[in-house]
Design a protein around this ligand. Sequence first.
Ligand code: BGC
Length: 253
Amino acid sequence: MTRAIGIDIGGTGIKGAIVDLDAGELVSERVKQNTPEGGEPDAIIDTVRQIVDELISEHGGDDVAHIGVCFPAIVRNGRTMSAANVSDDWIGLDADTLFGEALGRDIHFVNDADAAGYAEAVYGAARDQRGLVIVTTLGTGIGSAFIYDGVLVPNTELGHLELDGDDAEHWAANSAREREELSFEEWATRLTRYYRHVEFLFSPDLLVIGGGVSKQHDEFMHLIDVETPIVPAELRNNAGIMGAAALAERHAR
Ligand code: BGC
């Protein structure tokens, strides 16, 4: 059994677990803490260290070699290069090295939507799908992952596609639905506009919709009027953890 630790850093919570990468399932409890106020790198490193320590000492992770961490930013060669919904201190930070030193282990940093999308392609809704799969996560922002014949093309950032002079995530993310108290019908009209644009630009073979709201897919997915087959994500809350763990192990090979 190949195991790795996956850590998912979000705007409100940071969660981690040990993942069995062959079976594609969590083999420990999920350890969760609130994201420290302000989301500064030092405070987040500290929280991640506590979560990893707990996984190692209390959940049998002491012989796990690889740790993957996913985070809501562009990640290039281990550096976080943007900060759409987190502290600006992350821009240009050498996160791989900083986290690696603080935790005394090799860390592999990746974008949160890339992690979630990769997990869906390997273990979830897009398993065995050929061609281009576009996974989008609808949350505070919109995250995206492109997987072509099983290969991840990282940092696609489709939440920042500009339509009518504004980033799509400002008016089509789940946070916009909540903020503006949109009905699912109203929100689906915006999502149709957004996904039609994505469809026109990239001609995907499958669209997967993830993010916390995807568990309510019955309420809105059938209202999104696009040509491309569209399915809900399957791994829900665990997608980030599983994808971060899987990408860390693959990176180390
Ligand atoms: C960020 C992405 C992230 C997405 C989902 C966007 O605002 O730019 O990097 O993947 O939110 O968290």
